[in-house]
Design a protein around this ligand. Structure first.
Ligand code: G4P
Length: 526
């Protein structure tokens, strides 16, 4: 296969969801459908065992499934699919958001009983700012939950994204019978204990009299009313609006029972976009370009002293990656050899010889890389930097030994540059007593570990009451440098780029700020 064909069949996506919506479960079923694992349904109880590692690593340990962190690759209907891991539990952090920047589409998984939950909304917003196409899977239909219209309403009101139901459920909970596929005119009937659907063709669609012969009488009428309503009110699927992230194909199912996961994959295969172009200094770099380019979106340092390796995760944006290739490093303005690439394939850490636009490669890093770095061949490329995302936990570092304060400041600024944590300072005071912010606790744990291990500093973290950071910008999107009207205690800090940022203790304060400053927008990422 040539470069064009290889690139064209790449699909790279991530799952966004709130903890416990079923991401681990659906991932397992996707792997099963993708032929990576041979048995699904051997899920062991795992209550209370979610450690501060990647969900997938937990899954690997507990389910005897050999998968690796960060990215899973499998072939599906001629496509080569990369599924990126978005750590969601204790290991939720800025990396979770950054990973989304390496994806071309996202699958939003919602618990049908709970609807759109907080974490889903945050992750959605990060995708939405990039106008990323989003699929929706309403999970846990085997349990009592919201009415499908209520769910749609929730998505539309909470997220401002329209839904296009491709399938529609008949019943819910114990009385869930299956899914009607509106495009195919097929009813997929599920039975407890089996993941093989009985496929019932309905040549006349939902109006076909055959449906009534097996449909649950409690639901048949409301089902028909729903279909009638959708047929009348719903315009045909608009691919352009989907690709802009405005319209989401919606399907239902139960990951635990492996009901509807195959249908989700079919919808994914039909609509998901191939590798998207990225901007480099105002110019688009297309995936099909023959020159190689890519950017680093995540760096994972091994905290095990015996294995001090660091892996830089690189999203290939254009062309072809080859092991051992010489590339230019934009920031360092020097040539380096990408000699030790590992790709995290399902079976094992396999050494990868080739990868194409859309793929992710893991590169053993000896300190050359920072988050957002670009590598390329041919004409110079420097991709736009990866945004920073609103931290949720804030703290200040305290060091006992006053003589080591300077070392601490230096160490922190290095770690901030690497993207380990974010730093905010009061412009009147300067950087010496800065506030640090992280998206998830694991980032603080890593920071303290590294200060201790690499810099031999004995530091403590004092937690602060702030809960959110917002970057004020004016209507044209430029940092807002004027005076903000707000609560008297409001202080405006600066981030490392000297952009103004407000740190707030409550969501309520944000509402107040927005109300008092109607001409200012408060961004969750910059
Ligand atoms: P997460 O990665 O998004 O946090 O979710 P995870 O897959 O771990 O699933 C969270 C819980 O929801 C698990 O239950 C899982 O079995 C359950 N679950 C996932 N999909 C479905 C579904 O379609 N229907 C139902 N009824 N439950 C589902 P648990 O009690 O934490 O563990 P377990 O003992 O069931 O494994």
């Amino acid at each position: 296969m040539g470069l064009k064909e290889e690139v064209a069949r790449r699909r790279t996506f991530a799952i966004i969801s709130h903890p416990d919506a079923g991401k681990t479960t659906i991932t397992e079923k996707i792997l099963y459908e993708g032929g990576i694992i041979r048995e699904a349904g051997e899920v062991k109880g795992k209550k209370g065992t979610k450690a501060a590692t990647s969900d997938w690593m937990t899954m690997e340990q507990e389910r005897g499934v050999s998968i690796t962190s960060s990215v899973l690759q499998f072939d599906y209907e001629g496509l080569r699919v990369n599924l990126l891991d978005t750590p969601g539990h204790k290991d939720f952090g800025e990396d979770t958001y950054r990973t989304l920047m390496a994806a071309d589409s996202a699958a939003m998984l919602i618990d049908a009983a709970k609807g759109v939950e907080a974490r889903t909304r945050q992750l959605f917003e990060a995708c939405h700012r990039r106008k990323m196409p989003i699929f929706t899977f309403a999970n846990k239909m085997d349990r009592e939950g919201k009415d499908p219209f209520e769910l749609i309403d929730d998505v539309e009101k909470t997220l401002g994204m329209d839904c296009y139901p491709v399938t529609w459920p008949m019943g819910i909970g114990d009385r869930f019978q299956g899914l009607y596929h509106r495009d195919q005119k097929v009813f997929y009937k599920y039975t407890k204990g089996s993941d093989v659907a009985e496929k019932i063709d309905l040549p006349d669609g939902w109006k076909d009299p055959l449906l009534k012969t097996f449909a649950h009488p409690d639901f048949y009428e409301s089902f028909c009313n729903a279909m009638d309503l959708l047929d009348g009110a719903l315009p045909p699927f608009d691919l352009v609006r989907f690709l802009r992230g405005e319209l989401s194909p919606l399907t239902f199912g139960s990951a635990k029972n492996n009901w509807g996961v195959d249908l989700f994959l079919e919808i994914f295969a039909k609509y998901s976009p191939g590798p998207q172009a990225r901007t480099s200094q105002g110019e688009m770099v297309e995936a099909q370009t023959s020159n190689f380019s890519g950017f680093v979106f995540k760096i994972q340092a091994n905290m095990d002293r015996k294995h001090r390796d660091r892996v830089a995760f690189l999203r290939v944006v254009s062309g072809k990656f080859e092991r051992g290739m010489k590339v230019s490093h934009s920031r360092l303005a020097k040539e380096i050899r990408l000699a030790y690439a590992n790709q995290f394939l399902a079976q094992d850490r396999e050494t990868v010889d080739e990868a194409y636009a859309g793929d992710i490669v893991g590169i053993n890093d000896t300190g050359n890389f920072r988050i957002g770095d670009t590598v390329y061949t041919g004409k110079r490329v420097e991709f736009d930097s990866i945004p920073r995302f609103s931290p949720e936990l804030f703290g200040r570092l305290k060091i006992k030994d006053a003589l080591k304060r300077q070392t601490l400041q230096k160490a922190v600024s290095q770690l901030v540059e690497e993207g380990t944590v974010q730093l905010f300072f009061d412009p009147l005071v300067g950087k010496q007593d800065a506030i640090l912010g992280v998206v998830g606790q694991l980032q603080f744990d890593v920071l303290l570990f590294r200060l201790n291990d690499e810099y031999k500093l004995d530091v403590k973290l004092e937690n602060l009451a702030y809960q959110l950071a917002r970057w004020p910008v004016d209507k044209s999107g430029k940092p807002f440098l004027g005076d903000l009207k707000g609560p008297s205690q409001l202080r405006v800090f600066r981030d490392v780029f000297e952009h103004p940022v407000v740190l707030l203790e409550r969501e309520w304060d944000l509402g107040f700020l927005k109300e008092k400053n109607p001409d200012v927008e408060f961004l969750i990422s910059i």
